[in-house]
Ligand binder design. Structure first.
Ligand code: SF4
Length: 671
């Protein structure tokens, strides 16, 4: 038995580090099991429920083991098997023809974080750089909030999440984050903190599992979190509890904020939130009493709104007004990936070899459907990404993918919604079979994955595929495509500071913070003058949208599209197929069901101006009246189109180009 260090490659808060046990001599099931590392301060010796059986996934009977070529019309997973070298030869010919006829920028590489490894995401850039292709940039998830925070602090990462269990923390405000199901290691830290006496305040658009551990909880309708935050801000001000010294010494334009807050009409907001002032007075008291001992954990769902960045800004302002930053037991936890930049940027520069080619043209990932509809692109490479599940405005996207003059190559592990539109599918190696490095976005640092043997000779890492393509294009002597994945990882390790390199080599991971560390303790933020910039904050946004949301008919609902706890976006359907039926359902509050005289268990027609589909109606009393829930990320296995992204506009969030996935209004009608 051989032991190797692994890191879960999923686009997930955990980035769990584990010891994998392998039998390299076995015929097929070489990987035996994974044991999560106990002494890792975040992994803490356990995996999430959705991925405890990774060995079943890697050797699943439906795993792709051969290259496939289209045998039927696009829109179906109708393929013939083809030898890998023949598939790569066809793709190479197509690359040559496309460049000759339309120019190299008409070749587009689209990727996301389906495998979050640095090599998995960035090593194919060596190929794209060499041909001068177009690539996608950005993601679809948390960019709005990142830009919002960046405007304030010059960075979106200001806090060490291990501060959740700091003895000085008295209050955790968990805002819009279903940690019990989506971020299980933070849930564990919060549970530990509760045992040590902290109070938990939960704010969400639905009653999540964390509500039952909470001392105070509030359900706020989608797209109104900023109103709730404004109310808190106004009340802090009225009770003269703001930290004037902090504002004077560490922020700029704070007078402007106080003036703006003065204009807020408390009664109007209370009406819009359907709240009584005494209902949230306890919250104000607790926050004020625990000034300097309150930490915020903000989730991504609240910023999947047309004004998501500004919503996050408004929430962050509560901590700024109270001076709750740069001290033990305080701060704003959102995405911590900005802390990783100094560590990983030299690695990414090396992995991509960006100094060897002109900067590539890029398009925003969220706009892929719209871009593909322009005919500017004739060839598309997709890896680490299942857009025909995860991108908004699915109907438009599929129309774009159906273009006859678009040649699409998809690297995948299983057949998916996206492979239905591929001309050629290349079977990929699993994360466990690929050498790679990972930089987690919740607990910052870096960790390694040591590749075990893949029993299927046709399966390739993303980079190995592009190396094969390069050979077919006659680039045998091109140095940047000669190194293999392991050599790249080893060279990357040499680029790390000594302490990080040693930790990765010995333990498999290096974390940037210990439990007690407080970043920005001197309150010098990476803005031009070190202060927090409040100039761009405005409370006057989204009025038209709010008006539309307020004046809905009784059959119109605000749609929220969270992920279901056993899936990661559209992944893990093969492991958790017993839960696939959740994607066929729409959930409404029982009072709405009664009001509309609908029947639970019957089909209803769901529609808006972007799409329509039938769903089975279910009752859910953890959501408020007027809200509908459809789980996002329906994986393969469902024949009908139940993907809620057919209802979502591809108009991105105004600051940061993340998707406004929780902004749609839908009609629900009897059939
Ligand atoms: S999906 Fe997330 S929590 Fe689950 S094992 Fe992977 S990194 Fe850990």
């Amino acid at each position: 038995m051989i032991k190797r260090i692994g890191t879960c490659s999923k686009d997930c808060y955990g980035s769990c580090v584990f010891i994998g046990e392998w039998d390299d001599q076995a015929q097929e099931r070489k990987f035996l099991n994974a044991k999560p590392v106990k002494k890792h301060p975040f992994t803490n010796g356990f995996f999430c429920e959705k991925l405890v059986k990774r060995e079943s996934l890697i050797y699943h009977p439906e795993r792709l083991k051969h290259a496939l070529i289209r045998a039927g019309p696009k829109g179906s997973n109708n393929f013939d098997r083809i030898p890998l070298d023949e598939a790569i030869k066809i793709i190479a010919n197509r690359v040559n023809k496309t460049i000759a006829n339309f120019g190299s920028k008409s070749i587009l590489g689209a990727y996301n974080s389906g495998n979050n490894g640095l090599l998995s995401r960035f090593a194919p850039f060596r190929f794209f750089g060499k041909i001068g292709a177009t690539i996608t940039s950005g993601g679809i998830c948390n960019e709005g909030g990142c830009v919002g925070l960046n405007q304030l602090f010059g960075t979106y990462s200001t806090t060490n999440p291990l501060q959740l269990i700091n003895p000085k923390t008295n209050i955790i405000v968990n805002w819009g984050s279903d940690v019990a199901n989506r971020n299980v290691h933070t849930h564990y830290l919060i549970k530990r903190a509760i045992k040590n006496g902290i109070k938990l305040i939960s704010i969400d658009s639905r009653k999540t599992q964390n509500f039952k551990d909470s001392d105070l909880s509030f359900i706020i309708a989608p797209g109104r979190d900023h109103l709730f935050a404004q109310l808190i801000l106004k009340q802090i001000l009225e009770e003269q509890a703001s930290d004037k010294d902090f504002l004077i010494n560490h922020t700029s334009n704070w007078e402007h904020i106080l003036k703006e807050l003065g204009k807020i009409n408390t009664k109007k907001i209370l009406d819009q939130l359907n709240l009584e002032i005494n209902e949230f007075q306890d919250l104000i008291n607790i926050i004020i009493e625990n000034k300097d001992h309150t930490i915020f954990n903000i989730g991504y769902g609240i910023q999947k709104d047309f004004f998501g960045g500004r919503i996050v800004q408004t929430i962050a302002l509560i901590q700024i007004l109270l001076g709750n930053l740069g001290k033990s037991g305080t701060g704003i936890i959102y995405s911590q990936s900005d802390f990783n930049i100094p560590l990983i940027n030299p690695l990414i520069d090396f992995i991509t070899q960006k100094n060897t080619y002109e900067p590539l043209k890029n398009i925003k990932l969220i706009s892929l459907g719209r871009e593909l509809s322009t005919n500017d692109y004739k060839m598309l490479f997709i890896y680490n990404f299942n857009p025909v599940s995860s991108l908004p405005n699915q109907n438009q996207l599929k129309r774009s993918f159906l273009r006859k003059d678009l040649f699409t190559v998809v690297q995948e592990i299983f057949l998916t919604e996206t492979t239905k539109y591929a001309d050629i599918v290349i079977p990929s190696k699993f994360d466990l079979e690929s050498d790679d490095l990972f930089s987690p976005y919740y607990i910052p640092g870096i960790s390694i994955n040591q590749a075990g043997p893949c029993p299927y000779e046709n399966c390739l890492t993303n980079y190995e595929f592009f190396q094969g393509l390069a050979l077919n294009l006659g680039w045998q002597n091109l140095a940047i495509l000669k190194e293999n994945d392991l050599e790249i990882v080893q060279k990357c390790l040499n680029l790390l500071p000594n302490i990080a390199r040693n930790n990765v080599k010995i333990h498999g991971y290096h974390l940037l913070f210990k439990n007690e560390d407080v970043p920005y303790e001197k309150l010098q933020f990476p803005t031009v003058d070190g202060r927090i910039h409040l100039k761009k904050i405005s409370f006057n946004f989204g009025a038209k949208l709010l008006n539309k949301r307020n004046n809905r008919e009784s059959h119109e609902f605000l749609l929220i599209t969270p992920s279901f706890k056993y899936f990661l976006h559209s992944q893990l359907g093969q492991l958790n197929s017993q839960f696939l039926m959740v994607f066929e359902k729409i959930y409404l509050n029982p009072l709405d069901i009664e009001k509309l005289k609908l029947k639970i268990g019957r089909k209803v027609k769901v529609s808006n101006d972007l799409g329509k589909a039938d769903y089975t109606l279910e009752s859910l009393d953890s959501i408020n009246q007027g809200v509908a829930l459809i789980y996002s990320g329906s994986p393969m296995g469902i024949n009908k189109n139940h993907n809620p992204n057919i209802f979502i506009s591809d108009k991105p969030e105004e600051l940061g180009y993340s998707g406004a996935y929780n902004s749609a209004i839908i009609n629900v009608e009897k059939i």
